[in-house]
Design a protein around this ligand. Structure first.
Ligand code: ADP
Ligand code: MG
Length: 306
């Protein structure tokens, strides 16, 4: 790389990131050191993105940088943890400065908004891959897990669904070779998705289980149901998709939300007596939560039209 690894880190990843006083040692030492509050547990989540990941367009580096952190954050969020620190493993074919500038800005803007500090990483040369670890904390014993769903619970998703697919749909049209890195400044939910951190924190002590939907709704929900040793019936035409369902039917819904990956939304299950408060609670956070089905004792995922 023309830019040395040291210069690259100094230029793009050290700036504006000393924002937390619980970081004892940040970038510069072999390992980061942080202080964990008494009575809390450390929660850690990781995401790796490449050019082939759902919702990714590496020709839009600001959005890509944002999405790398947002994906790890949404995974952490599913546990109800509050994010504090992040580390970044960056594998790049070459050090292209405009690209790095926009990428690091996308990542940094989101980190600042969520008050997360980058405390270390590693930079290597090779085919593009980005791994982000986000660490956070949760009051001891209060993490929301994927194995707590019980028969009779209601299934909710945050929405809208299908925005990652929309982003990619547009990407296929927009990505021409002359497109300049980082030129676009405006960002929609699909371009700069907001991970559901506050929403999930509000679900602590209420939701019986939760999972991140970036693997795709059916994949993620099946894993959650199987971990909980239960099943569910979902009503696909209740799914809050970004595009109207132009004809009713499971196949259309499946294309929109059930199998698409990359949506930074959450699915959670809720005991019925928690239903009353939850919609108002999440709406107060500017998030829409839609009831899409119910948990049953019989294992497996069943789809039914209303
Ligand atoms: P080493 O020679 O031990 O691999 P590096 O030069 O890779 O050390 O890293 C120097 C410092 O910069 C370390 O504190 C490391 O955590 C940090 N660092 C390296 N790459 C990144 C990155 N992409 N983002 C954030 N910090 C990084
Ligand atoms: Mg290194």
């Amino acid at each position: 790389m023309s830019l040395s690894e040291f210069e690259l880190i100094e230029r793009y990843f050290c700036r504006g990131l000393r924002i937390r006083d619980d970081v004892v040692l940040g970038i510069g030492d072999d390992a980061g050191v942080v202080r964990v509050r008494a009575g809390h547990e450390l929660v850690s989540a990781i995401a790796t993105l490449s050019a082939a990941s759902p919702g990714v367009n590496i020709r839009r580096p600001r959005e890509f940088g944002h999405r790398c952190l947002a994906t790890a954050l949404n995974r952490l969020a599913a546990s109800g943890a509050e994010p504090h620190w992040t580390t970044l493993a960056l594998t790049l074919p070459r050090a292209e400065e405009p690209w790095l500038k926009a990428f690091s800005r996308g990542l940094r803007d989101l980190a600042e908004r969520e008050e997360i500090q980058l405390i270390g990483g590693d930079t290597t040369r090779g085919p593009l891959a980005v791994t982000v670890v986000v660490d956070g904390t949760v009051p001891s014993g209060k993490a929301v897990r994927c194995d707590g769903a019980r028969p009779g619970d209601l299934v909710f998703v945050t929405g809208p669904m299908g925005s990652a697919r929309d982003a990619r749909g547009r990407t296929l049209v927009e990505s021409r070779p002359q497109a300049t890195a980082g030129k676009r400044t405006s960002g929609s939910r699909a371009d700069l998705p907001v991970p559901r951190v506050r929403c999930a924190m509000a679900l602590r002590g209420r939701a019986s289980a939760a999972c991140d939907l970036s693997p795709g709704l059916s994949t993620a929900v099946e894993a959650m149901l199987s971990a909980s040793a239960v099943g569910a019936t979902l009503y696909p035409d209740r799914l809050p998709s970004t595009a109207p369902l132009d004809h009713p039917g499971i196949s259309r819904s499946q294309r929109l939300g059930l199998s698409a990956g990359g949506d930074l939304e959450l699915c959670f299950t809720l005991p019925r007596d928690e239903r009353g408060g939850i919609e108002a609670l999440v709406a107060g956070l500017g998030v829409i939560a839609t009831e899409i089905g119910e948990v049953e004792a019989t294992p497996g995922l069943r789809l039914r039209l209303d």
